[in-house]
Design a protein around this ligand. Structure first.
Ligand SMILES: NC(=O)c1ccc[n+]([C@@H]2O[C@H](COP(=O)([O-])OP(=O)(O)OC[C@H]3O[C@@H](n4cnc5c(N)ncnc54)[C@H](OP(=O)(O)O)[C@@H]3O)[C@@H](O)[C@H]2O)c1
Length: 303
């Protein structure tokens, strides 16, 4: 006897259908994303990465298909950077199964976080990530939002020494952490800083981005779309015709190209559950970038 599908089964079927219907243009090999060098190393990273929070948090309701689809799209264009943060054990276990599928072995540059208080809780989060993601070595471990930073930082330094972290760094996603971040960047040799920056949130240009360049720190950018609210803010505006001068065809690319035009930026994360959005965002990595005069016009256009 047929029974009604549960909500989760229904969403999984719909998302599987969406994934099946949505195919990248595979009639020719995809152009590979440009890369930028992690300062002080010979290693490069593709300029567009995936912020995985939304698709990972949707695993309990939508399964892993949407996440797999955006990760596959990223790989299609030579993308590698996937940023994540500790979730419940059940959710991260499913994410870990995806990360460990055989043809994805060593394909992703995985940036994880410590987002708890207390020394032992931080160590536990690291051990859980190692176990569930099937890796002894994380590419990058970050203290999220500087939370209990003084407690966790010595652990991160130790993990780098023992080879459990290739790079270490910290994140912020709001202006109220900027002062503390700046002080920390001046006192510690961070490999990476991860901060909010976009055509509407430009304050990192004032001090933090120049400081990162001076101190030889790689920069990962979050909130290119202010967690999606950017799209509501530009919905009644027409994309300026002069956006074509820097090979920009959508509002999403408008913010991403603004970010990538800053020479201190190594990689910008875009969070999405939709492979078509992932591909649109990846396209921002190609073609021309705006110069300083154009960036001023861009700020005015969204003000
Ligand atoms: N303190 C921290 O460490 C911190 C804080 C915030 C964020 N982060 C990191 O940064 C990542 C990005 O998060 P965010 O807050 O900065 O999100 P964001 O990328 O600014 O915005 C994500 C939202 O934009 C939508 N979107 C993406 N591409 C689109 C497109 N081309 N057209 C229309 N809508 C589009 C997505 O919806 P769809 O699913 O429909 O595409 C999603 O709702 C996070 O996943 C996380 O890795 C870190």
């Amino acid at each position: 006897m047929m029974t009604d599908p549960t909500r989760r089964e229904f969403l999984a079927r719909v998302s599987t259908l969406g994934v099946l219907l949505y195919q990248p243009r595979l009639d020719h090999p995809q152009e590979q994303l440009p890369t930028r060098t992690i300062p002080g190393t010979g290693e490069t990273l593709p300029v567009i990465g995936l912020g995985s929070s939304k698709p990972v948090m949707q695993i309990p309701t939508a399964g892993t298909d949407p996440l797999a689809a955006v990760m596959r799209m990223l790989l299609e264009y030579g993308g590698r950077v996937v940023d994540t943060a500790p979730r419940s054990e059940a959710v991260d276990a499913e994410f870990g199964v995806l990360l460990q599928q055989p043809d994805w072995h060593n394909k992703f540059f995985l940036a994880t976080k410590i987002n708890t208080t207390g020394r032992q809780s931080g160590v536990d989060q690291m051990r859980q990530a190692q176990r569930l993601f099937g890796r002894r070595t994380m590419d990058l471990i970050q203290v999220q939002s500087l939370l209990d930073l003084d407690t966790h930082w010595p652990n991160l330094r130790e993990w780098k020494e023992t080879g459990e972290a290739r790079y270490i760094g910290v994140t912020v996603s709001s202006y109220d952490r900027y002062e503390r971040l700046e002080a920390f960047m001046r006192s510690e040799p961070l490999d990476f800083v991860h901060l909010n920056y976009s055509v509407m949130e430009t304050r990192a240009e004032e001090r933090l981005l120049p400081l990162a360049a001076d101190r030889g720190m790689a920069v990962i950018v979050n909130r290119p779309f202010m967690n999606g609210s950017y799209f509501g803010m530009v919905s009644d505006k027409r994309l300026p015709a002069w956006a074509a001068e820097f090979d920009c065809t959508t509002w999403a690319q408008f913010s991403l190209k603004y970010i990538l035009a800053h020479p201190a930026v190594t990689c910008v994360l875009t969070e999405t559950t939709n492979p078509a959005h992932m591909e649109e965002n990846i396209q921002a990595g190609f073609g021309r970038l705006p110069d300083e005069a154009t960036k001023r016009r861009m700020r005015e256009a969204v003000a």
